[in-house]
Structures are given as structure tokens and as C-alpha cells.
Write a protein that binds this ligand. Structure first.
Ligand code: AMP
Length: 220
């Protein structure tokens, strides 16, 4: 297998976990450390909404309620934004259900190598984690008011942009998103286990420990 940056084997990584488990935070760290490209379908969809198109408005209604956008639409958006021939990716937020996992395997990965990493976390703690989440207004940097606050209130340390709360990070919508995770996304755990592709990380640990665990999987 080809070698990636710093001697890592060149492979792609799929992050699976409930909202607020730390997938975006870890993807940003690994992106910096090991030259992965972080691709988040949530970010791609938010970018589509920001265009103010008719399609964007439809997506917004679905997302604001914490439901899943259609499989075909998300898959097309994803395919248009990746280049597997020259880059290795962290897929954050896709696949989100078993039918997306099949599209992923057959139409996106084809013969490329990948590994699925489950962010194993006590879901009861997550609502509190998410309602305290703030992101820079361009969505690039993630903070938590309790566990990872910015140096200056309301301002991103890196970009200086204002910090905002995502519309779907309110308690009611988060509870919907958690139910969608349990019914739609969690079955992927068995799916990837049966394909021998699943690694699990204890996402209740602190940010550095979680990074170390994931890095150890990448090297094996
Ligand atoms: P995230 O940023 O991953 O928390 O995703 C935010 C929202 O975007 C989700 O609650 C869904 O409405 C939508 N979304 C993101 N990824 C997908 C996907 N793979 N399939 C369907 N909907 C998605």
C-alpha cells in the first residue's frame, strides 16, 4: 500500500458517532497533523444553504428539524467535492445510514482503502455538550463554552470571526438528531464490524487522548 504523509499508510477514514461526539474537532486536528482532507457533509450542506438557492432552502428546512437530507442529494454533493485519486480523506457525517454506506462502498470508495472509526460516547452527556458548542461564523473552528472556551468571549481564537450557535444545536433539535442517530446511523456499527473495518475510540476521554487513539489506528 502507498505511504501517506509521515509514513502513514494511505487510507481514508470514516467517522461514525452521535452529534457532539467530537468528530469535527478530531477531523480538524488530524487534518493539521497528518494532511488528511476533512470533508463534512454537514458543512457541504450548510454551504449550499448559504448560497440561498431553492435547493438550499429545501435543505435548510430538513436540517433545522434535525432530519436527514436525501441520500442521493448528499452523495452527489459529496462526489462533486472529493478527489480520491490524489488525496486521503476523513469523511465526517457520511455515511449516515446503511443505504449511504452501500453507496459509499460501491460508488465512492470503489477500490480505495478505508477504515471506520466509531466515537463511542455516553449519549446522555451529549445534549449538554452540544448546547454549549459554538462555531466560528465560517464553520471552520469549534469551541465548547465549558470544556474548550475561546480566549476572548464570543470570538474565534484563530480567525477572529464571531462565534455563533448552529440553529440545529438547540436542545429540542439536538434530541431529534440523537434519535435519528440511534435509529439510522447506529446500525452502521454492526455493518462495519461485519466487514472487519471497525475501530472504536473512547470519545469520553479528553481531546488529546482521543487523537492519540485514532492516530494509533492509522498506523496499523
Ligand atoms: P452535522 O454537521 O454532521 O451534524 O450534520 C448536520 C445536519 O446535516 C444533519 O442533522 C442532517 O440534517 C444533515 N446531514 C449531514 N450529513 C448528512 C448525510 N450524510 N445524510 C443526510 N443528512 C445529512
Amino acid at each position: 500500500m502507498a505511504q501517506g504523509p509521515r509514513g502513514f499508510k494511505l487510507k481514508n477514514v470514516v467517522f461514525i458517532g452521535p452529534p457532539g461526539a467530537g468528530k469535527g474537532t478530531q477531523a480538524a486536528i488530524l487534518d493539521d497533523m497528518f494532511s488528511f482532507c476533512h470533508v463534512s457533509t454537514g458543512d457541504l450542506l450548510r454551504a449550499e444553504i448559504a448560497k440561498g438557492s431553492e435547493l438550499g432552502n429545501k435543505i435548510k428546512t430538513v436540517m433545522d428539524n434535525g432530519q436527514l437530507v436525501s441520500d442521493d442529494l448528499v452523495a452527489e454533493l459529496l462526489k462533486a467535492n472529493i478527489d480520491l485519486s490524489s488525496k486521503q480523506y476523513i469523511f465526517d457525517g457520511f455515511p449516515r445510514n446503511v443505504s449511504q454506506a452501500e453507496i459509499f462502498q460501491e460508488e465512492i470508495m470503489d477500490k480505495s482503502e478505508y477504515l471506520a472509526v466509531l466515537f463511542d460516547v455516553d449519549t446522555d452527556k451529549l445534549v449538554d455538550r452540544i448546547v454549549n458548542r459554538r462555531v466560528s461564523s465560517d464553520g471552520a473552528h469549534i469551541y465548547n463554552l465549558k470544556t474548550n472556551p475561546p480566549k476572548v468571549d464570543g470570538v474565534c481564537d484563530v480567525s477572529g470571526l464571531p462565534l455563533v450557535q448552529r440553529k440545529d444545536d438547540t436542545e429540542e433539535v439536538v434530541r431529534n438528531r440523537m434519535n435519528v442517530y440511534l435509529s439510522e446511523t447506529k446500525p452502521l456499527v454492526e455493518y462495519y464490524k461485519s466487514k472487519n473495518k471497525l475501530k472504536s475510540v473512547d470519545a469520553d476521554l479528553n481531546i488529546d487522548e482521543v487523537t492519540k487513539q485514532i492516530a494509533s489506528f492509522l498506523n496499523n
